[in-house]
Design a protein around this ligand. Structure first.
Ligand code: UDP
Ligand code: MG
Length: 318
C-alpha cells in the first residue's frame, strides 16, 4: 500500500483560489494514485476563505481545514499544518498555484526512493519586478553567508518526511524560519527545480515593509553573526580613535593643533551613527529574546472542519 501524503496549504484571503487549488491538486493525485489529504490552514482570513474550505471538505473527505483566530503569518500556518497532518510525508505549497502541483508527484517519488527532504528550487523568480528580484537576491546572499547553507532560489515548497516534521515541531523556538530549518536539520535531501507559475487569483500578500521585516526577523532568528558587526565597528572606532588621538596630540605639541568645529562635528556624527547602529542591532536581539521568553503559543486555532474536529477528538481519546 502506498503511503499517505499530507499537502499543507497556508491560505490567507484566498477565497478565489480554494476551489480551484483543491480540484487541481486532487485530480493530479488521483491520476497518479497517490493517497493524500489536503490541509488548508486559513491564517485568520478576512474573506470567505474558511467557508470555501468547509465547502470543499464536504465535497471530498480528503480535504480538511483549520481557521486561526487571527493572522499569525505563513510560518505559523505551516507549523499548524505539520501538527495536524496525519501523513507519512508532508508537502507545503502555496494556495495560489504558483508552486506547480505536478512537481509534488516528482517530490513524492523521490521520497519513496529514500529522500527525507525534497527541496523545491525556483528555476527563475517568475514575473517578479526587477527591484524585487534584486532585493530577494541580496537577502538570500546575506542569509546564505550567515547560515552557511546555499539558500538562493529556495522556497517553502518542499516535501519533508514525518520524522523531520516531528523534529521541527519539537523545537521550542517561537520564531521559526521553515525555509532554513529544513537545511539546518540535515538528513538525506535532494532538490527539484520548478518554474514559478503566475498567481491564480487575488494579490500577493507582501508589501515592501513586510518583506524588510520578514528579512530582518529571519536573519535575527537564524544567526547571531550581526552581533559580530557591532564588535567589529567598535574595534575599528577604537583603532581610528587611538590614531586620531596620537595625530592630534603630536600636532598640538608642535603648536599646529587642528582648528575649528568641523572635525569635532564630523567625528561626533560618525560615532553617534555607529553607536546607534550597534544599539539597534543589539536591540533587535533583545526583542527576539523577549518574544521567545514569553512562550506564547505560535498560533491559536478558532475553527476546525468537522472531520478535523473528529480526528482531534479521536487523538485525544487514544
Ligand atoms: N499566506 C499566509 N499568511 C500570510 C500571508 C500569506 O498563509 O500572512 C499564504 C498565502 O495565502 C499563500 C502563501 O502564503 O498561499 C504565499 O503568499 P503569497 O502568494 O502572497 O506570497 P508570494 O507568492 O509572493 O511568496
Ligand atoms: Mg504567491
Amino acid at each position: 500500500m502506498k503511503s499517505l501524503l499530507s499537502i499543507i496549504i497556508p491560505s490567507y484571503n484566498e477565497e478565489g483560489n480554494i476551489h480551484n487549488t483543491a480540484k487541481t491538486v486532487l485530480e493530479i493525485m488521483d491520476a497518479e494514485k497517490i493517497p493524500c489529504e489536503l490541509l488548508f490552514v486559513s491564517d485568520g482570513s478576512k474573506d470567505a476563505t474558511y467557508a470555501h474550505i468547509v465547502e470543499e471538505s464536504q465535497k471530498d473527505a480528503r480535504v480538511r481545514g483549520i481557521e486561526f483566530s487571527r493572522n499569525f503569518g505563513k510560518e505559523a500556518a505551516i507549523l499548524a499544518g505539520l501538527e495536524a497532518g496525519k501523513g507519512d510525508c508532508f508537502v507545503i505549497m502555496d494556495c495560489d498555484l504558483q508552486h506547480p502541483p505536478q512537481t509534488i508527484v516528482e517530490m513524492y517519488k523521490l521520497w519513496q526512493q529514500g529522500y527525507d527532504i525534497v527541496e523545491g528550487m525556483k528555476k527563475d523568480r517568475g514575473d517578479e519586478s526587477f527591484f524585487y528580484k534584486k532585493c530577494a537576491g541580496a537577502f538570500y546572499k546575506i542569509l546564505s553567508s550567515l547560515t552557511g547553507f546555499d539558500m538562493e532560489n529556495t522556497s517553502d515548497f518542499k516535501l519533508i518526511d514525518k520524522k523531520v516534521a516531528k523534529i521541527i515541531l519539537e523545537m521550542p523556538e517561537r520564531q521559526t524560519f521553515f525555509r532554513a530549518l529544513s537545511f539546518w536539520v540535515g538528513f538525506k535531501s535532494c532538490q527539484v527545480y520548478y518554474e514559478v507559475a503566475e498567481r491564480q487569483n487575488g494579490q500577493g500578500k507582501w508589501s515592501f515593509t513586510s518583506l524588510v521585516k520578514y528579512a530582518i526577523t529571519n536573519i535575527i532568528s537564524f544567526s547571531s553573526k550581526p552581533l559580530n558587526v557591532v564588535t567589529i565597528i567598535g574595534a575599528l572606532s577604537l583603532v581610528f580613535g587611538i590614531a586620531g588621538c596620537i595625530y592630534t596630540f603630536i600636532y598640538w605639541l608642535v603648536g599646529r593643533a587642528v582648528e575649528g568645529f568641523t572635525t569635532v562635528i564630523l567625528l561626533l556624527l560618525m560615532l553617534g551613527g555607529c553607536i546607534l547602529l550597534g544599539l539597534g542591532i543589539i536591540g533587535q536581539y533583545i526583542a527576539a529574546i523577549y518574544q521567545e521568553v514569553k512562550c506564547r503559543p505560535r498560533y491559536i486555532v478558532q475553527y476546525k472542519t468537522e472531520d478535523e474536529k473528529k480526528r482531534a477528538e479521536d487523538d485525544a481519546e487514544e
